[in-house]
Design a binder for this molecule. Structure first.
Ligand SMILES: Nc1ncnc2c1ncn2[C@@H]1O[C@H](COP(=O)(O)OP(=O)(O)OP(=O)(O)O)[C@@H](O)[C@H]1O
Ligand SMILES: [Mg+2]
Length: 396
């Protein structure tokens, strides 16, 4: 099974490229699901599936063509199924805070719920093997990062907070009921969280396995977009995911001879050069700007024809190197991470229990250390070309 996750800055063409890839895969004989993980769904629109029919009705996959299924996760539907106790508790808290019922229900959809629901489906379909390939159409970069960092965040929460909180509440509930200013979460709330956690169990290993999951970054040949693509590359790597291609979309095609576009063409050519240099050895694909919007099956199929060679398999595993390595060399232990564009100034490192915490800018990752390194402290870090090398030692 393969999972292909498309991410990138807002509006660069993620949905179109994901949909086109799914079409190519289904036509080549694989059972393919393309799932929208973006709360602002546009997958149905991209396929031009009739007048909002798709929206709001279901969270289940619908069939769009032979072997091709589309799914937009519908959060209201999800809440009824999976989040009932959690959201009922949160909205009762918000009501206590003076909000009206409807407002409280709206606000009880907290950030990450949608991504988490999508992840539960991914895990479910992985286990049931209903599909050969899942193509994930993600929200703009920041939210996609939340999607991939959720399993580690939740794992951390379950290990460090959840059990403590649950035990603590059991002990204080009889007294607290009388004096607490807000309602305490009922036991069902915890059972519900536990159940959700069980549903995504194992997904982190799936996302971090380059033979299963590949990240594809869609970008445009513009400076601002490129910066965000670089940041995304760093952050995905930090979370242990493998980026296996960069797709540069909307290039002015060679047949356009209008002088107005000449400046664009030149700057795009120079930025594509930069992109190739920056991301090497990750392959870079190019997609021209089309004459019209890329909407509907036929246009998406044309897009697939510019993206992939005839007979090429868009799901082939081309990169197997994981962004993380734990190495022992001589008597020295090192953690090596592929994070080519990080600046030394923005990297923070510290140790917490048996985890190494790496911060790059505002993103933080808890890296579980292998047992041989769990007792060690980060001693030194250096940027070695495209790698961050963290030397671990006995500490004081
Ligand atoms: N190569 C292209 N040529 C012409 N139009 C394109 C091309 N790629 C995408 N488009 C059009 O650009 C618009 C935005 O594309 P799309 O929805 O795929 O971007 P997105 O990255 O998914 O956006 P969002 O961040 O809002 O989810 C759509 O109308 C799409 O049809
Ligand atoms: Mg989109």
């Amino acid at each position: 099974m393969r999972i292909l996750l498309f991410s990138g800055k807002g509006g660069v063409g993620k949905t179109s490229v994901a949909a086109a890839t799914a079409i190519r895969l289904a036509e080549s004989g694989r059972r393919t699901l393309v799932m929208s993980v973006d709360p602002a769904h546009s997958l149905g629109d991209s396929f031009d599936i009739g007048g909002g029919l798709f929206h709001g009705k279901t969270s289940e996959p619908i069939q769009a063509a032979d072997r091709l299924f589309l799914q937009e996760v519908n959060i209201n539907h999800e809440i009824k199924h999976y989040w009932a106790d959690i959201s009922a508790y949160i909205s009762s808290l918000l009501r206590t805070a003076g909000l009206s019922g409807v407002e409280a229900d709206e606000l009880a959809i907290f950030p990450g719920m949608e991504e988490l629901s999508a992840m539960m489906y991914v895990n479910q379909f992985r286990k049931s093997a209903e599909f050969d390939i899942m193509v994930l159409d993600c929200a703009p970069t920041a939210e996609s990062l939340r999607f991939v960092s959720l399993p580690t965040t939740l794992d951390w929460y379950m290990k460090h907070i959840f059990n403590f909180q649950r035990g603590f509440l059991k002990a204080v509930r009889p007294i607290a009921k009388r004096v607490a200013p807000v309602e305490l979460p009922p036991d069902r709330y915890f059972a519900n969280i536990q159940e959700l956690f069980d549903k995504i169990q194992g997904i982190d290993a799936v996302l971090e396995d380059p033979e299963i999951t590949s990240i594809r970054l869609v970008t445009n040949a513009e400076k601002m977009v490129l910066r965000e693509t670089q940041r995304a590359f760093v952050y995905f790597s930090l979370h242990g995911l493998t980026v296996d291609s960069i797709i540069v979309n909307r290039l002015v095609p060679p047949e356009v001879s209008d002088p107005f576009f000449e400046g664009w063409r030149q700057s795009q050519a120079s930025i594509v050069g930069e992109i190739e240099e920056y991301f090497a050895p990750v392959p870079v694909r190019r997609v021209p700007m089309f004459r019209r919007e890329v909407v509907g099956y036929e246009r998406l199929r044309e897009l697939a024809d510019t993206l992939y060679e005839p007979g090429e398999d868009p799901a082939a595993v081309t990169r197997k190197s994981t962004p993380f390595e734990f190495v022992r060399e001589g008597g020295r232990y090192e953690v090596r991470m592929d994070i080519p564009f990080a600046e030394k100034a923005e990297i923070g490192l510290f140790k917490k229990d048996d985890e190494l915490v790496v911060e790059i800018g505002t993103i933080r990752r808890h890296v579980g250390l292998p047992t041989t390194m769990a007792g060690l402290e980060p001693a030194k870090a250096r940027l070695d070309g495209r790698k961050l090398v963290i030397e671990m030692s006995q500490g004081k």
